[in-house]
Design a protein around this ligand. Structure first.
Ligand code: SF4
Ligand code: SF4
Ligand code: SF4
Length: 252
């Protein structure tokens, strides 16, 4: 049986990094308890963090990071041309991620502040989908290791890819947490796609939305509740912009 044009018996996978911290790749590489079993289903032909192989013949390209240089556009375009399925992995790849904050400031000011006297080629940050066609997005900062594995296995065996559509609040309530909004914090859990186990609110920190929008997210109600709790517009906006995950979808 084929899925997205790939013969499941012969799936070759390449993992590629662009502008990002490589934390998503590390999540995969560090998952020792299931890494061998996971890799037994695949032929890893390009994954800098675990192998010195660098074949350009692959079926699935897992792409981490956002795009912030001209040479990255060229490399990504080449990867897209070779891959049957291209998967954007992590908030940087899916939304621009924390890197996208750079776009809020004049580029020359960012370069001066970050690199000082050094001459560095850098441009406005783009999501992977701004440059090439993306077949699947796996959100998160970092991604959930088990989610990446289960999605890749689904592609390989031809099963339906499942990513939760409901919000983080559902998992938070399953964890029997006290709502951090009632503790005076901003939490984007009501509008953010679940799947992380509500790890931030469980640790008493507000969700910053690294997994992107939940289905039918009610932005207006969240803003209203946060205003009622005394948070100002700029504070709310700052949280919503953190990963650029809600870009263009946060009506006031
Ligand atoms: S999504 Fe987060 S963990 Fe992954 S590369 Fe970007 S900053 Fe690093
Ligand atoms: S802490 Fe955040 S995720 Fe948890 S119930 Fe409150 S708003 Fe929802
Ligand atoms: S709680 Fe929110 S910010 Fe934290 S990991 Fe989950 S989706 Fe990301």
């Amino acid at each position: 049986m084929k899925y997205l044009g790939i013969d499941p018996q012969k799936v070759k996978i390449g993992v590629f990094d662009f502008t990002g911290c490589e934390g998503c790749e590390l999540q995969l590489a560090n998952k020792e308890e299931s890494l061998l079993e996971f890799l037994s289903l695949l032929e890893v032909v390009n994954f800098r963090e675990i192998s010195s192989d660098s074949s350009q013949d692959y079926d699935i390209a897992l792409v981490e990071g956002s795009i912030s240089r001209k040479d990255e556009i060229e490399r990504l375009t080449d990867i897209r041309a070779r891959a049957k399925v291209l998967v954007a992995m992590g908030a940087c790849a899916c939304f621009g991620g924390v890197n996208y904050l750079k776009n809020q400031y004049p580029l020359k000011d960012v370069v001066k502040e970050v690199y000082g006297m050094h001459s560095v080629e850098t441009s406005k940050v783009k999501r992977i989908a701004d440059v090439v066609k993306v077949d699947l997005n796996i959100p998160g900062c970092p991604v959930s290791k088990s989610e990446v594995e289960s999605i890749i296995v689904s592609i390989v065996v031809g099963a339906e890819v499942k990513i939760p559509k409901y919000p983080v609040c559902v998992e938070c309530k399953q964890n029997v947490n006290t709502c951090v909004v009632d503790l005076g914090k901003i939490c984007l859990g009501p509008i953010t796609r679940a799947g992380c186990g509500a790890v931030c609110p469980t640790g008493k920190a507000g969700c910053l939305g690294c997994r992107g929008p939940a289905e039918d997210a009610n932005y207006g109600s969240l803003r209203e509740i946060l205003r009622e709790k005394g948070h100002c517009e700029s504070e709310i906006e700052q949280k919503l912009c953190f990963y650029n995950a809600f870009n263009g979808s946060t009506e006031k």
